[in-house]
Ligand binder design. Sequence first.
Ligand code: F0G
Length: 459
Amino acid sequence: MNKKSWAEPYKIKMVEPVFMSTRSDRERYIKKAGYNTFLLRSKEVYIDLLTDSGTSAMSDRQWAGIMLGDEAYAGSENFYNMEESIQRHYGYEYVVPTHQGRAAEHIISQILIKPGDFVPGNMYFTTTRLHQELAGGTFVDVIVDEAHDAESEFRFKGNISLTKLEDLIREKGANRIPYVCIATTVNMAGGQPISLKNLREVRELTNKYGIRIVHDMTRVAENAYMIQQHEEGYSGKSTAEIVKEICDLTDIATMSSKKDALVSIGGFLALNDQEIFEEARNLVVVYEGLHTYGGMAGRDMEALSIGIAESVEDDHIRARVGQVEYLGQRLIEAGIPIVLPIGTHGIFLDARKFLPHVPQDSFPAQALAAEIYLDSGVRAMERGIVSAGRNKETGENNYPKLELVRLTIPRRVYTQAHMDVVAESVINVYENREAIKGLNMIFEPKHLRFFQAQFEKIV
Ligand code: F0G
C-alpha cells in the first residue's frame, strides 16, 4: 500500500464562511428540529457531515462549464457532452438523464419489477428499496454476513453471498427475480466495497439463470479505489480502468451524480439494452423532463460531464478516501467504536457499543447524532432503526443489526483541521456518554421516516 501523504491535489480559490454558535443556541435549534439533524437549518450547523450528497466542491473547470450551459429545451449540447463522458468513463451505451439517483431508481423499478417479484441486493438503501416496494417487489438482502457485523474487519463487506443468492433463485424461481441490485460501495454497511472477484462470480451465476444486474453506481470510483488498494492483482491498474471493469460486468446502472461525480444535482440511468432504454426514455418525459435534460439544467449536465472525468483520477480519489481514513484513525486511536474497516465516504460510529445502556427502541444512533451536534455544531446522520423503517407487511419496526451514526465527508470541502475538531467532539461526547438516555418518537411520516421524524429527549 502507498504510505505517502494523501495531501489534496488542489489549492483553495474561494472560501465560504461557516457558522459558529454557542451550546445554548444549539440546544434551542435541535429541540426545534425535533432532535432530527435533517430538520436543522444549515446556518445552525458548523461542520456539516450530514451527507456527501450534492455537497462536494466543484473545480474551476466545472464552474467554467456552468457558464457553457446550453439551456435549449431539446437537444442541449451539454446533454451530448454528458452522454459522451458517461460512455467513455463508465462504458454504458445508452443514457437517460434524471434529476437525481432516486428518479432513475423509480424508472427502472417501474419498468422491470412486477407485483410479487423479489429483488436481491447487497444490503438495502432507503430510496432504492422503497422504489422496489412501490413497484410491488420485495427486497431481499443477500449481502455477506460480515457486512452486518460492525466489528468484522473483512475487506469486502459489500460482497454478495452466492449461497444466499442462489438459494433465493431456487426458492422463488428466476422468473420472479427481475434483477440483482449491486451497490458500489454499500452505503448502509459503512461505505464498504464489493470485490471484482465477487462481482464476476455474481455475473456468472446470474448469467446461468438469465437474470440482469442493476448497478447502483453512486460511489463506484471509491469502490474501484478500494479494489486497487486491497484486491489481489489490481495494484497496477488505475481507478479509471477498474471503474470500467466494474461497469462492464453489469447491465444497467442507476447513478446519483451528487456523490462520486462531484456535482450538486443530477443523476442518470445508463444501460446497454435498447428496448429497456426506449421504455425508460419514454417514462422520463412523464416524471422528469425531456430525454435530453431529465430534470437537469444544461449547465448542470456540463458540470457533471467534467465531474465524472475528475472523479476517476487517482490523485483525487486517494486524497478523498485519505481524508476519511485520517478521521477514522484518530477515532480508533481514542478507542471510539466505529465500523471497521474504515469505509470510503464517511466514518460510521457504532451506536450500540457507544451507548450500550440505550435500548434500540430509544433510538441510540438518533440520540447520539443529536448529542454530537449539541457538543460542537457538527451535523451527522442516523443510520439505524429510524432509517430502517417498518416492515411493509406487518408494519412492525425493522430492527437492523447496525445502529450507526454517519459522519459523512463531503468531497474537497473541509480541511484536516476540521477533521480534528470533529474527532475532538466525538471523543468528548464519548467521555460523557453515560448521561445520554435516548429519545421518544413523537412524529412519524409514512415514507422514509428518517428525513422528517421528530423526537423528544428521554430525561
Ligand atoms: N443509492 C445510494 C447508495 C445512495 O447513497 C443514494 C443517496 C441514492 C441511491 C439515492 O440518490 O439522493 O440522488 O436520489 N444517498 C444520500 C446519502 C441521500 O446521504 O447517502 P439521490
